[in-house]
Ligand binder design. Structure first.
Ligand code: CP
Length: 308
């Protein structure tokens, strides 16, 4: 794998050994955090978080990660309305300016490809914190790290992905990472309207990943090692009627969760709406809040790799 300069797509991470190294750094970050033993390798460095779409986990965890490493943060949680974008400034000009103030830029944008465009002209590392229906590579790294931590392995898993596979950028980034591991089997469960886009299915074929599409979750819960539920993304639909037609296609309740194998895990990038009942949270298999916390340590590992 090439030296990491920008983080734009999960497809950049094409070496499982590199991922192991990154996950080991994240593990060390967690241990140092728990034992209050973190040092300040990024003292004097600044991360700009430019968010043109809402976020809780990604922005806060990036900012916490930077501060725990001794660095500082320039933050804009609503760039779409609070920045000079409202006056017509282009994203390229914004990046040219912000890169003069910050040592790295984490950007979330509503248009696919924006992070890549920013990276092309940025003299400082750009991290894609979600680009429309494109990708969310730092979430996917968090997800694979979570699976390794929870299950102790990444090979030979059956991963059942459920919900909005059309618009779910976390899934678009997760699949190329899962494809790195041996004997991973993927079930793609969605309403036909929200089927995984062709280019991602073609990628799975190219990488010889065994996958199966279905509109029904029945019969798959018992088989899953990882049950990964996604939110149906209201903000990506043209009309409320189209959203209403599919919004509650899959709802995981406590009885369904109990049908999982004892060692299986339930994942979700969050936020959730109705797709996982709150009663499931008490199930030991519910890994989604641990998954969100892991995002902090993965982002610490990434920032240290990019900047230290
Ligand atoms: N998982 C995730 O991207 O969450 P946020 O939208 O809250 O950042």
């Amino acid at each position: 794998m090439e030296k990491l300069r920008h983080v734009i797509s999960a497809r950049q991470f094409d070496d499982p050994e590199y991922l192991n190294g990154l996950f080991d750094v994240a593990n060390q970050m967690e241990r140092d955090d728990v034992f209050r033993a973190l040092t300040d390798p990024l003292r004097g460095r600044i991360l700009a978080t430019l968010f043109y779409e809402p976020s809780t986990r990604t922005r806060f965890s990036f900012e916490a990660a930077m501060q725990k490493l001794g660095g500082g943060v320039l933050t804009a949680e609503n760039m779409r309305e609070s920045s000079s974008a409202t006056k017509g400034e282009t994203i390229e000009d914004t990046i040219r300016i912000v890169s003069g103030y910050a040592d790295a830029i984490a950007i979330r944008h509503y248009e696919q490809g924006t992070a890549e465009a920013a990276a092309r002209i940025s003299p400082v590392p750009v991290i894609n914190a979600g680009d429309g229906v494109g990708e969310h590579p730092t979430q996917a790294l968090t997800d694979v790290y979570t699976i390794r931590k929870e299950l102790g392995r990444l090979s030979g898993l059956r991963v059942v992905l459920v919900g909005d596979l059309l618009n779910g950028r976390t899934i678009h980034s997760l699949l190329p990472l899962l494809a790195l591991y041996k004997d991973v089997q993927v079930d793609l469960v969605s309403p036909w309207q929200l089927r995984l886009p062709l280019k991602h299915r073609e990628y799975l074929l190219e990488k010889h990943v065994a996958f199966h599409e279905s509109e029904k979750l029945d019969g798959l819960i018992e088989q899953a090692d990882v049950l990964y539920i996604t939110r149906v993304q209201k903000e990506r639909f043209a009309t409320v009627e189209e959203y209403d037609a599919v919004k509650d296609s899959y709802i995981l309740d406590a009885r369904m969760a109990d049908r999982l194998k004892p060692e299986a895990i339930i994942m979700h990038a969050l936020p959730r709406v109705n797709e996982i009942s709150p009663e499931v949270d008490a199930n030991a298999r519910a890994a989604y809040f641990r998954q969100a916390k892991n995002g902090l340590y993965i982002r610490m590992a990434l920032l240290k790799t990019l900047l230290a």
